[in-house]
Ligand binder design. Sequence first.
Ligand code: WQD
Length: 346
Amino acid sequence: MSTTILLTGGAGYIGSHTLIALHEAGYQPVILDNFSNSHPAVLERLERITGQPVRVERGDVLETPWVEAVLRRHQPVGVVHFAGDKAVGESVANPLKYFHNNIGGAVSLLRAMAAVHADGTAPAAPTLVFSSSATVYGDPASVPITEDFPRSHTNPYGHSKLVIEDMLTALRTASPVWRVGVLRYFNPVGAHPSGLIGEDPADIPNNLMPYVTQVAVGQRPYLNVYGNDYPTPDGTGVRDYIHVQDLAAGHVAALQALLGGSESFTVNLGTGHGHSVLEVVKAFEAASGRPVPYAFAPRRAGDVAQCYADAALAKRLLGWEARHTLHEMCADAWRWQSGNPNGYRG
Ligand code: WQD
Protein backbone atom coordinates (compact mmCIF):
# COMPACT_ATOMS: atom_id res chain seq x y z
CA MET A 1 0.00 0.00 0.00
CA SER A 2 1.19 3.52 -0.79
CA THR A 3 2.62 5.47 2.14
CA THR A 4 2.88 8.72 0.23
CA ILE A 5 1.57 11.84 1.97
CA LEU A 6 1.22 15.17 0.14
CA LEU A 7 2.10 18.26 2.22
CA THR A 8 0.77 21.48 0.71
CA GLY A 9 2.90 24.30 2.11
CA GLY A 10 5.31 21.58 3.22
CA ALA A 11 8.37 23.84 2.89
CA GLY A 12 7.08 26.12 5.64
CA TYR A 13 7.74 26.14 9.37
CA ILE A 14 5.19 23.54 10.51
CA GLY A 15 5.26 21.65 7.22
CA SER A 16 9.02 21.06 7.22
CA HIS A 17 8.95 19.73 10.79
CA THR A 18 5.98 17.51 9.93
CA LEU A 19 7.84 16.15 6.91
CA ILE A 20 10.59 14.85 9.19
CA ALA A 21 8.10 13.32 11.62
CA LEU A 22 6.29 11.59 8.74
CA HIS A 23 9.56 10.28 7.33
CA GLU A 24 10.50 8.89 10.77
CA ALA A 25 7.06 7.24 11.00
CA GLY A 26 7.67 5.40 7.72
CA TYR A 27 5.69 7.61 5.38
CA GLN A 28 6.93 9.07 2.07
CA PRO A 29 6.19 12.82 2.14
CA VAL A 30 5.94 14.99 -0.98
CA ILE A 31 6.06 18.78 -0.72
CA LEU A 32 3.73 20.97 -2.80
CA ASP A 33 4.79 24.58 -2.31
CA ASN A 34 5.07 27.85 -4.26
CA PHE A 35 7.78 29.08 -1.85
CA SER A 36 5.99 32.41 -1.44
CA ASN A 37 6.58 32.27 2.32
CA SER A 38 9.40 29.72 2.60
CA HIS A 39 12.98 29.45 1.39
CA PRO A 40 14.22 26.66 -0.95
CA ALA A 41 17.31 26.31 1.25
CA VAL A 42 15.11 24.36 3.67
CA LEU A 43 15.14 21.45 1.21
CA GLU A 44 18.87 20.84 1.58
CA ARG A 45 18.47 20.96 5.38
CA LEU A 46 15.65 18.44 5.23
CA GLU A 47 17.77 16.11 3.13
CA ARG A 48 20.61 16.38 5.66
CA ILE A 49 18.23 15.44 8.48
CA THR A 50 16.37 12.61 6.69
CA GLY A 51 19.32 11.33 4.66
CA GLN A 52 17.03 11.13 1.65
CA PRO A 53 16.14 13.32 -1.33
CA VAL A 54 13.03 15.42 -0.72
CA ARG A 55 10.31 15.11 -3.36
CA VAL A 56 9.03 18.58 -4.28
CA GLU A 57 6.33 19.86 -6.62
CA ARG A 58 6.84 23.61 -7.03
CA GLY A 59 3.64 25.44 -7.87
CA ASP A 60 0.50 27.07 -6.51
CA VAL A 61 -2.28 25.15 -4.78
CA LEU A 62 -4.70 27.54 -6.51
CA GLU A 63 -3.89 25.88 -9.88
CA THR A 64 -6.47 23.10 -9.65
CA PRO A 65 -5.53 21.20 -12.85
CA TRP A 66 -1.89 21.16 -11.78
CA VAL A 67 -2.83 19.97 -8.28
CA GLU A 68 -4.86 17.18 -9.88
CA ALA A 69 -1.85 16.18 -11.95
CA VAL A 70 0.32 16.12 -8.81
CA LEU A 71 -2.21 13.89 -7.04
CA ARG A 72 -2.30 11.49 -9.99
CA ARG A 73 1.49 11.45 -10.21
CA HIS A 74 2.13 10.67 -6.55
CA GLN A 75 -1.07 8.85 -5.52
CA PRO A 76 -0.91 10.01 -1.86
CA VAL A 77 -2.95 8.11 0.70
CA GLY A 78 -3.38 11.36 2.60
CA VAL A 79 -2.97 15.10 2.24
CA VAL A 80 -1.96 17.63 4.91
CA HIS A 81 -3.03 21.13 3.97
CA PHE A 82 -0.64 23.76 5.41
CA ALA A 83 -0.50 26.14 2.44
CA GLY A 84 -1.89 29.56 3.27
CA ASP A 85 -1.08 32.97 4.69
CA LYS A 86 -1.02 33.38 8.46
CA ALA A 87 -0.21 36.92 9.57
CA VAL A 88 -3.11 38.31 11.57
CA GLY A 89 -2.14 41.96 11.12
CA GLU A 90 -1.55 41.58 7.38
CA SER A 91 -4.95 39.94 7.02
CA VAL A 92 -6.66 43.04 8.48
CA ALA A 93 -4.83 45.28 6.00
CA ASN A 94 -5.26 42.92 3.02
CA PRO A 95 -8.35 40.72 3.54
CA LEU A 96 -8.77 39.75 -0.13
CA LYS A 97 -5.30 38.18 -0.18
CA TYR A 98 -6.35 35.97 2.73
CA PHE A 99 -9.78 35.04 1.37
CA HIS A 100 -8.28 34.30 -2.06
CA ASN A 101 -5.20 32.36 -0.95
CA ASN A 102 -6.61 30.58 2.08
CA ILE A 103 -10.22 29.88 1.15
CA GLY A 104 -9.55 29.72 -2.59
CA GLY A 105 -6.56 27.47 -2.03
CA ALA A 106 -8.61 25.08 0.08
CA VAL A 107 -11.41 24.98 -2.50
CA SER A 108 -8.88 24.26 -5.23
CA LEU A 109 -7.23 21.43 -3.29
CA LEU A 110 -10.54 19.84 -2.31
CA ARG A 111 -11.82 19.97 -5.89
CA ALA A 112 -8.64 18.35 -7.16
CA MET A 113 -8.88 15.61 -4.53
CA ALA A 114 -12.56 15.04 -5.35
CA ALA A 115 -11.75 14.76 -9.06
CA VAL A 116 -9.08 12.09 -8.70
CA HIS A 117 -11.28 10.12 -6.31
CA ALA A 118 -14.32 10.45 -8.59
CA ASP A 119 -12.63 8.72 -11.53
CA GLY A 120 -11.17 5.97 -9.37
CA THR A 121 -7.58 7.12 -9.83
CA ALA A 122 -7.11 7.23 -6.07
CA PRO A 123 -8.39 3.98 -4.54
CA ALA A 124 -8.70 4.96 -0.91
CA ALA A 125 -11.16 7.43 0.59
CA PRO A 126 -10.01 11.06 0.29
CA THR A 127 -8.10 11.72 3.50
CA LEU A 128 -7.21 15.23 4.63
CA VAL A 129 -5.60 16.80 7.69
CA PHE A 130 -6.27 20.54 7.85
CA SER A 131 -4.07 23.08 9.62
CA SER A 132 -6.55 25.20 11.51
CA SER A 133 -5.93 27.60 14.36
CA ALA A 134 -7.01 28.56 17.87
CA THR A 135 -7.90 31.88 16.29
CA VAL A 136 -11.27 30.37 15.37
CA TYR A 137 -12.19 30.68 19.06
CA GLY A 138 -11.98 34.48 18.87
CA ASP A 139 -11.94 35.98 22.37
CA PRO A 140 -12.89 32.98 24.55
CA ALA A 141 -15.32 33.53 27.44
CA SER A 142 -13.07 31.38 29.65
CA VAL A 143 -9.99 29.15 29.58
CA PRO A 144 -9.00 26.38 29.04
CA ILE A 145 -10.74 26.08 25.67
CA THR A 146 -12.47 22.89 24.55
CA GLU A 147 -13.38 22.08 20.95
CA ASP A 148 -17.09 22.73 21.54
CA PHE A 149 -16.47 26.37 22.47
CA PRO A 150 -18.27 28.86 20.22
CA ARG A 151 -16.25 29.99 17.22
CA SER A 152 -15.91 33.56 16.03
CA HIS A 153 -13.39 35.63 14.19
CA THR A 154 -11.64 38.88 15.02
CA ASN A 155 -9.63 39.14 11.78
CA PRO A 156 -9.74 37.88 8.18
CA TYR A 157 -7.03 35.29 8.86
CA GLY A 158 -9.13 33.65 11.58
CA HIS A 159 -12.23 34.11 9.43
CA SER A 160 -10.59 32.20 6.58
CA LYS A 161 -9.78 29.28 8.89
CA LEU A 162 -13.33 29.23 10.22
CA VAL A 163 -14.80 29.23 6.70
CA ILE A 164 -12.56 26.35 5.63
CA GLU A 165 -13.65 24.36 8.68
CA ASP A 166 -17.27 24.95 7.64
CA MET A 167 -16.48 23.94 4.03
CA LEU A 168 -15.05 20.66 5.29
CA THR A 169 -18.17 20.01 7.36
CA ALA A 170 -20.39 20.64 4.34
CA LEU A 171 -18.21 18.41 2.16
CA ARG A 172 -18.41 15.54 4.65
CA THR A 173 -22.20 15.93 4.80
CA ALA A 174 -22.43 15.75 1.01
CA SER A 175 -19.84 13.02 0.69
CA PRO A 176 -19.36 10.99 3.89
CA VAL A 177 -16.54 8.99 2.28
CA TRP A 178 -14.17 11.87 3.10
CA ARG A 179 -11.98 11.40 6.17
CA VAL A 180 -11.00 14.75 7.69
CA GLY A 181 -8.91 15.73 10.70
CA VAL A 182 -9.09 19.40 11.71
CA LEU A 183 -6.18 20.43 13.96
CA ARG A 184 -6.51 23.72 15.83
CA TYR A 185 -2.98 24.85 16.62
CA PHE A 186 -2.33 27.13 19.56
CA ASN A 187 1.03 28.88 19.52
CA PRO A 188 3.72 26.87 17.69
CA VAL A 189 7.30 27.67 18.77
CA GLY A 190 10.70 26.01 18.88
CA ALA A 191 12.66 24.09 16.26
CA HIS A 192 14.00 20.66 15.36
CA PRO A 193 16.72 19.67 17.88
CA SER A 194 19.33 19.57 15.10
CA GLY A 195 19.09 23.36 14.80
CA LEU A 196 19.05 22.92 11.00
CA ILE A 197 15.45 24.01 10.46
CA GLY A 198 13.24 26.47 12.30
CA GLU A 199 10.94 29.46 12.10
CA ASP A 200 12.17 31.99 9.55
CA PRO A 201 9.78 34.98 9.23
CA ALA A 202 10.21 36.82 5.94
CA ASP A 203 9.92 40.25 7.54
CA ILE A 204 9.69 41.77 11.00
CA PRO A 205 8.29 38.91 13.12
CA ASN A 206 4.65 39.27 14.13
CA ASN A 207 4.90 36.46 16.65
CA LEU A 208 6.51 36.60 20.08
CA MET A 209 9.10 33.82 19.94
CA PRO A 210 10.84 34.73 16.67
CA TYR A 211 10.99 38.33 17.85
CA VAL A 212 12.53 37.24 21.15
CA THR A 213 15.13 35.11 19.37
CA GLN A 214 16.04 38.01 17.08
CA VAL A 215 16.53 40.28 20.10
CA ALA A 216 18.69 37.62 21.78
CA VAL A 217 20.86 37.17 18.68
CA GLY A 218 21.33 40.94 18.40
CA GLN A 219 19.21 41.66 15.35
CA ARG A 220 16.74 43.84 17.26
CA PRO A 221 17.44 46.09 20.26
CA TYR A 222 14.56 45.08 22.48
CA LEU A 223 11.15 43.44 22.63
CA ASN A 224 7.93 45.44 22.79
CA VAL A 225 5.63 43.78 25.29
CA TYR A 226 2.15 44.59 24.03
CA GLY A 227 0.18 45.43 27.15
CA ASN A 228 0.89 44.82 30.83
CA ASP A 229 -2.60 45.61 32.11
CA TYR A 230 -4.43 42.46 31.09
CA PRO A 231 -6.39 40.52 33.74
CA THR A 232 -3.59 37.93 34.01
CA PRO A 233 -1.16 37.10 36.85
CA ASP A 234 1.53 39.51 35.64
CA GLY A 235 -0.61 41.68 33.38
CA THR A 236 0.83 40.36 30.10
CA GLY A 237 -0.87 38.12 27.55
CA VAL A 238 -1.13 34.40 28.28
CA ARG A 239 -0.90 31.82 25.49
CA ASP A 240 -0.51 28.05 25.01
CA TYR A 241 2.94 27.66 23.47
CA ILE A 242 3.46 24.25 21.91
CA HIS A 243 6.74 22.83 20.61
CA VAL A 244 6.69 22.42 16.84
CA GLN A 245 7.99 18.88 17.32
CA ASP A 246 4.88 18.06 19.37
CA LEU A 247 2.76 19.68 16.69
CA ALA A 248 4.43 17.55 14.01
CA ALA A 249 3.79 14.42 16.08
CA GLY A 250 0.15 15.47 16.32
CA HIS A 251 -0.11 15.45 12.53
CA VAL A 252 1.35 11.95 12.32
CA ALA A 253 -1.09 10.77 14.97
CA ALA A 254 -3.99 12.38 13.10
CA LEU A 255 -3.04 10.72 9.81
CA GLN A 256 -2.52 7.35 11.47
CA ALA A 257 -5.97 7.59 13.05
CA LEU A 258 -7.71 8.53 9.81
CA LEU A 259 -5.84 5.95 7.72
CA GLY A 260 -6.68 3.43 10.41
CA GLY A 261 -10.36 4.05 9.80
CA SER A 262 -11.26 6.54 12.52
CA GLU A 263 -14.15 8.92 12.17
CA SER A 264 -13.38 12.51 11.17
CA PHE A 265 -12.46 14.77 14.08
CA THR A 266 -11.56 18.28 15.21
CA VAL A 267 -9.01 18.57 18.02
CA ASN A 268 -6.97 21.22 19.80
CA LEU A 269 -3.21 20.82 19.59
CA GLY A 270 -1.91 22.59 22.67
CA THR A 271 -0.22 21.78 25.97
CA GLY A 272 -3.19 22.73 28.17
CA HIS A 273 -0.98 25.25 30.01
CA GLY A 274 -0.73 29.02 29.55
CA HIS A 275 2.42 31.12 29.85
CA SER A 276 2.61 34.92 29.95
CA VAL A 277 4.87 37.01 27.76
CA LEU A 278 7.13 37.76 30.73
CA GLU A 279 7.32 34.06 31.62
CA VAL A 280 8.44 33.31 28.06
CA VAL A 281 11.07 36.06 28.20
CA LYS A 282 12.39 34.71 31.51
CA ALA A 283 12.44 31.12 30.25
CA PHE A 284 14.22 32.17 27.08
CA GLU A 285 16.92 34.10 29.00
CA ALA A 286 17.49 31.01 31.17
CA ALA A 287 17.65 28.65 28.19
CA SER A 288 19.87 30.85 26.00
CA GLY A 289 21.98 32.60 28.59
CA ARG A 290 21.22 35.78 26.65
CA PRO A 291 19.43 38.88 27.94
CA VAL A 292 16.18 39.87 26.26
CA PRO A 293 15.62 43.56 27.03
CA TYR A 294 12.02 44.67 26.73
CA ALA A 295 9.76 47.70 27.09
CA PHE A 296 6.07 47.77 27.78
CA ALA A 297 3.99 49.10 24.89
CA PRO A 298 0.25 49.61 24.35
CA ARG A 299 -1.94 46.58 23.80
CA ARG A 300 -1.97 45.21 20.22
CA ALA A 301 -5.31 45.47 18.41
CA GLY A 302 -7.07 42.11 18.22
CA ASP A 303 -5.13 40.50 21.06
CA VAL A 304 -6.99 38.62 23.79
CA ALA A 305 -5.88 38.34 27.41
CA GLN A 306 -5.71 34.57 27.66
CA CYS A 307 -5.91 31.70 25.19
CA TYR A 308 -4.91 28.15 26.07
CA ALA A 309 -6.23 24.71 25.23
CA ASP A 310 -7.96 21.87 26.97
CA ALA A 311 -5.99 19.14 25.19
CA ALA A 312 -7.90 16.14 26.56
CA LEU A 313 -9.76 15.28 23.35
CA ALA A 314 -6.58 14.83 21.28
CA LYS A 315 -5.26 12.56 23.99
CA ARG A 316 -8.45 10.51 23.99
CA LEU A 317 -8.93 10.28 20.21
CA LEU A 318 -5.34 10.20 18.99
CA GLY A 319 -3.34 9.07 22.00
CA TRP A 320 -1.35 12.28 21.52
CA GLU A 321 -0.14 14.80 24.06
CA ALA A 322 2.43 17.54 24.06
CA ARG A 323 5.64 16.48 25.81
CA HIS A 324 8.12 19.32 25.47
CA THR A 325 8.60 21.92 28.20
CA LEU A 326 8.79 25.68 27.76
CA HIS A 327 12.52 25.44 28.51
CA GLU A 328 12.98 22.96 25.64
CA MET A 329 10.93 25.19 23.32
CA CYS A 330 13.24 28.10 24.14
CA ALA A 331 16.46 26.07 23.99
CA ASP A 332 15.57 24.60 20.58
CA ALA A 333 14.44 27.98 19.22
CA TRP A 334 17.74 29.48 20.38
CA ARG A 335 19.84 26.70 18.82
CA TRP A 336 18.17 27.38 15.45
CA GLN A 337 18.44 31.18 15.67
CA SER A 338 21.99 31.31 17.05
CA GLY A 339 23.16 28.89 14.36
CA ASN A 340 21.25 30.72 11.62
CA PRO A 341 21.18 34.45 12.51
CA ASN A 342 19.70 35.22 9.07
CA GLY A 343 17.51 32.15 8.88
CA TYR A 344 17.74 30.31 5.57
CA ARG A 345 19.11 33.39 3.79
CA GLY A 346 22.55 32.54 5.08
C1 WQD B 1 1.63 35.99 21.62
C2 WQD B 1 1.65 36.96 22.80
C3 WQD B 1 1.14 39.23 22.19
C4 WQD B 1 4.76 39.83 19.76
C5 WQD B 1 -1.06 34.35 16.46
C6 WQD B 1 -2.19 33.90 15.59
C7 WQD B 1 -2.37 32.41 15.72
C8 WQD B 1 -1.07 31.71 15.43
C9 WQD B 1 0.01 32.22 16.38
C10 WQD B 1 -0.99 31.05 13.12
C11 WQD B 1 0.50 37.97 22.78
C12 WQD B 1 2.57 39.12 22.71
C13 WQD B 1 3.78 39.28 20.57
C14 WQD B 1 5.55 40.89 20.27
C15 WQD B 1 4.35 40.77 22.34
N1 WQD B 1 -0.66 31.92 14.09
N2 WQD B 1 3.59 39.74 21.83
N3 WQD B 1 5.32 41.33 21.55
O1 WQD B 1 -1.30 36.54 18.58
O2 WQD B 1 -1.36 34.60 20.24
O3 WQD B 1 -1.42 34.12 17.81
O4 WQD B 1 0.11 33.63 16.15
O5 WQD B 1 -1.60 30.04 13.22
O6 WQD B 1 -3.36 31.98 14.82
O7 WQD B 1 -3.38 34.52 16.01
O8 WQD B 1 0.68 34.95 18.84
O9 WQD B 1 3.09 35.26 19.11
O10 WQD B 1 1.75 37.11 17.96
O11 WQD B 1 1.51 36.76 20.43
O12 WQD B 1 4.16 41.19 23.50
O13 WQD B 1 6.48 41.46 19.59
O14 WQD B 1 2.85 37.73 22.74
O15 WQD B 1 0.52 40.41 22.67
O16 WQD B 1 0.11 38.23 24.12
P1 WQD B 1 -0.91 35.15 18.94
P2 WQD B 1 1.82 36.04 19.02
